[in-house]
Design a protein around this ligand. Structure first.
Ligand SMILES: NC(=O)C1=CN([C@@H]2O[C@H](COP(=O)(O)OP(=O)(O)OC[C@H]3O[C@@H](n4cnc5c(N)ncnc54)[C@H](O)[C@@H]3O)[C@@H](O)[C@H]2O)C=CC1
Ligand SMILES: N/C(=C\C=C\C(=O)O)C(=O)O
Length: 490
């Protein structure tokens, strides 16, 4: 709805109603410094109201059959799909001059949000429970599953509706009611989705959305005693805080965090496929996807050739205004984030590394209106030590390091030599090697000879500091339900 000064003013969605908030945050368009919309600055009071609504809706929603819930999810998917262009425009505008290209929003973010609802609408129909027998004792054992209750769902700014719906869909499909908190930086598409819920047949109180900051509304939500389960995607420090706050209540946690993802490229790799895919895996969404590649290990015999061709391809990756359909990359999320990403390039230079293209080497070509936006060119660093912060820390920007290696054993050890363990890619024509290396990498996901081909049935998540738990068809079902073992003596 229109608010102060004709700007968009979002409202919380609680108990099936849009409710104004007593205070609001200004959301800035960083390319102009102008306020773009107002976002509720919710706190404890709004969380209490959402808990009350979710609690009231739980008995009705949880006792519906999976088939009935599935139909509601299907209708919501249809409605989102009908609004695809409007949502894509909003997703691109919301990250606006900040970043997401309209092409990515149209082809990835919103289609995946639609698919999340379709997928869980279908998968909820196919779960079975376990049964074992102990004939010598005359016993039959079986399991039953039930929704947990009120789920807190907290999502980040980089893939706003995509990641929020990845949580909402399995949670409500399993019969829970939810309170979602999207990132305060990118709240618009979540709010737009609320306008479709009633038409889809989602009863009031099943999906509640409270907008605002992490420390205020996020903490009120995760520490609420009546919220037994939290699914979070975001940074590791926030995950630590959520873990501390939820520990006294022994809450169920699913934490999907950052990565420092390696690409391991052997001399027998098909470079014609590997190079464009590795450019994409390094720079898609400005490198602001937790699955993006940021350490590229290349076998020494092909190192020079790879580097030359990779840098040429990175230079072709077009940085432009997000509304330009031919732009491969937009701008970064905020001034602070751009400064943080740039500080890594400075540190790399001070350590004696070489910047082969991008930041400080090439010139951005942007219209005058966007010169002050938070844009940065795809940047390739080389001659960098494994111990450098550029090779150890999550930069979450369009920056990737390329280094040579000699043997399989050596590269596995070096690829594993970080605290994270989220996603890796392996490039080789040797199928035996691909399996061997994939098994030894400490990584929740390994894509070989490809990147980001998602099979939503299978577990998604990281090891080490990249997270706790997995989500996917069976894993999300297990996370969003409690299991009970029943023994019948006959
Ligand atoms: N999945 C990933 O790997 C992601 C990693 N990041 C990393 O995190 C860095 C910071 O990005 P942020 O958006 O600030 O991430 P963040 O972890 O602070 O925010 C993610 C979500 O958590 C909420 N949140 C923040 N503090 C909270 C608290 N104390 N209690 C409850 N909820 C809280 C935020 O409002 C947001 O909705 C990025 O530069 C990047 O390195 C960011 C987004 C996604
Ligand atoms: N969690 C993130 C990406 C997930 C992608 C997927 O599920 O396909 C992230 O970038 O934070």
């Amino acid at each position: 709805m229109a608010g102060r000064g004709g700007l968009l003013m979002l409202e919380n969605f609680i108990g099936g109603k849009f409710l104004p908030c007593s205070s609001y945050l200004d959301s800035y368009d960083p390319s102009t410094g102008e306020v773009y919309c107002h976002v509720p600055n919710s706190g404890k009071e709004e969380v209490e109201a959402a808990v009350e609504a979710a609690r009231a809706a739980f008995p009705g929603w949880s006792s519906r059959s999976p088939q009935e819930r599935s139909q509601v999810l299907q209708r919501l998917a249809d409605l989102l799909e009908q609004s695809l262009e409007e949502l894509a425009q909003a997703e691109s505008k919301d990250q606006g001059e900040r970043g997401k290209t309209i092409t990515l929003a149209r082809t990835m973010d919103i289609p995946r949000a639609v698919h999340n609802f379709r997928f869980f609408a279908s998968s909820i129909l196919h779960h079975t429970s376990e049964c074992t027998q102990m004939d010598h004792l005359g016993c039959l054992h079986y399991t039953v599953r039930a929704p947990v209750g009120i789920a807190a769902l907290i999502s980040p700014w980089n893939l706003p509706l995509y990641l929020l719906t990845w949580k909402i869909a399995p949670a409500i499909a399993a019969g829970n009611t939810v309170i979602a908190k999207p990132s305060e930086l990118t709240s618009v598409t979540a709010w737009m989705m609320c306008r479709l819920l009633e038409k889809a047949g989602v009863p009031p109180g099943v999906v509640n959305i409270v907008f605002g900051t992490g420390p205020r509304v996020g903490e009120a939500l995760v520490s609420h005693p009546e919220v037994p389960l939290i699914s979070f995607t975001g940074s590791q420090p926030t995950a630590e805080r959520i873990t501390q706050l939820s520990a006294p209540h022994c809450k169920k946690l699913s934490l999907e965090l950052g990565g420092k993802n390696p690409a391991v490229i052997f001399e027998d790799a098909n470079l014609a496929e590997c190079i464009p895919t590795t450019v994409r895996s390094s720079f898609a969404n400005q490198g602001e996807i937790c699955l993006c590649t940021s350490r590229i290990f290349v076998q020494r015999s092909i190192y020079s050739e790879f580097l030359k061709r990779f840098v040429e391809a990175a230079r072709m990756w077009k940085v432009g205004i997000p509304s330009d359909p031919s732009a491969d990359m937009g701008a970064l999320i905020s001034k602070a984030h751009l400064e943080k990403v740039r500080s890594y390039i400075k540190k790399a230079r001070m350590e004696g590394a070489q910047i082969l293209c991008g930041e400080g080497v090439d010139k951005l070509n942007l219209p005058p209106r966007n010169q002050a936006g938070y844009f940065m060119l795809p940047t390739v660093i080389t001659d960098v030590k494994d111990e450098s912060c550029c090779m150890k820390e999550e930069i979450f920007g369009p920056v990737t390091c390329v280094v040579p290696f000699d043997s399989e054993e050596e590269v596995i050890q070096r690829a594993n030599n970080v605290k994270y363990g989220l996603a890796a890619t392996v490039w080789s024509g040797n199928v035996g090697r691909v399996h061997r290396v994939a098994k030894k990498l400490q990584s929740g996901l390994v894509w070989t000879n490809c990147w980001l081909i998602r099979e939503l049935n299978l577990p998604f998540g990281g090891m080490k500091s990249s997270g706790v738990g997995r989500e996917g068809a069976k894993d999300s079902y297990e996370f969003f339900t409690e299991v009970k073992t029943i023994t019948v003596k006959h």
